[in-house]
Design a protein around this ligand. Structure first.
Ligand code: C5P
Length: 239
């Protein structure tokens, strides 16, 4: 993939977020004076290599319009589906409809407002060089235990070579569209976009990313994320 191929962010934001114990879908939770999704989009759209974004919303969403989110780059919306991969697929078809197949799709959860520009540059660069795409990931640092009967430890697993998959995950548009179509047509269960590409026999790259790029899934994450966000801002002020 050459440097001239445009990069578009696809931001799935059609989840309900039951783990947050809140009526508000988690992408709309307040975070440093705005909502999580606005912070995530700001991070993406302020990166010089990202040309625009497609935000994928629930059919019943009434909040997005009210935000009146403003950006200097184009932001389109479309409707998501039952599972996260249905939502991503929907975002990709919107991209394809507008721009054809010659685009790079950068998939980023709406609830990851802390991704750094350095990590974005690294994963975009890797995806441009590797035809199967690339994802940000962080090495597993905790010891892993396998649960046996009655919560007794059955086994201790080696964490060597194990990584936590983060987002963004970046692929050529056509590659991910084909892979997700297979997943949907065959009713497969996947937990990230790279897995769909792996199931097609391709091998996306792991790009070491900052473990602070949290996915906000519980109220405790929000508190932690606020600390990280303030720290990132202070570091930027010092530069
Ligand atoms: O639920 P999970 O933590 O996997 O959600 C990750 C991201 O995927 C969130 O931004 C959520 O809004 C989005 N999502 C979606 N469509 C779904 C489920 C989740 O766009 N059906």
């Amino acid at each position: 993939m050459g440097n001239s191929v445009p990069v578009w962010a696809v931001v799935p934001a059609a989840g309900v977020g039951t783990r947050m114990q809140s009526d508000i879908p988690k992408q709309y939770l307040a975070f440093q004076g705005r909502t999580l999704i606005e912070h995530s989009l700001d991070r993406l759209l302020s990166h010089p290599e990202i040309d625009g974004a497609v935000v994928v919303l629930r059919q019943e969403d009434t909040t997005w319009e009210k935000l009146a989110y403003l950006a200097e780059k184009p932001v389109f919306t479309t409707t998501g589906g039952e599972e996260r991969h249905d939502s991503v697929y929907s975002g990709l078809t919107t991209l394809q409809y507008r721009f054809g197949n010659d685009a790079i799709a950068l998939i980023h959860d709406a609830v990851r407002p802390l991704v750094s520009h350095q990590d974005l540059s690294n994963v975009i660069d890797a995806a441009r060089r590797h035809s199967a795409g690339a994802i940000l990931a962080a090495p597993v640092t905790d010891t892993l235990k396998q649960q046996g009967d009655n919560m007794e430890i059955a086994n201790t697993l080696s964490r060597e070579g194990l990584w936590r998959a983060l987002t963004p995950q970046v692929f050529h548009l056509q590659t991910l569209l084909n892979a997700l179509k297979q997943v949907i047509d065959n009713n497969l269960a996947i937990t990230d976009d790279a897995q769909a590409v792996e199931l097609m026999g391709h091998t996306p790259m792991l790009v070491p990313g900052d473990g602070e790029n949290l996915k906000i899934t519980s109220p405790g994450d929000l508190v932690l994320a606020e600390g990280i966000w303030l720290n990132q801002r202070d570091q930027q002020d010092d530069e």
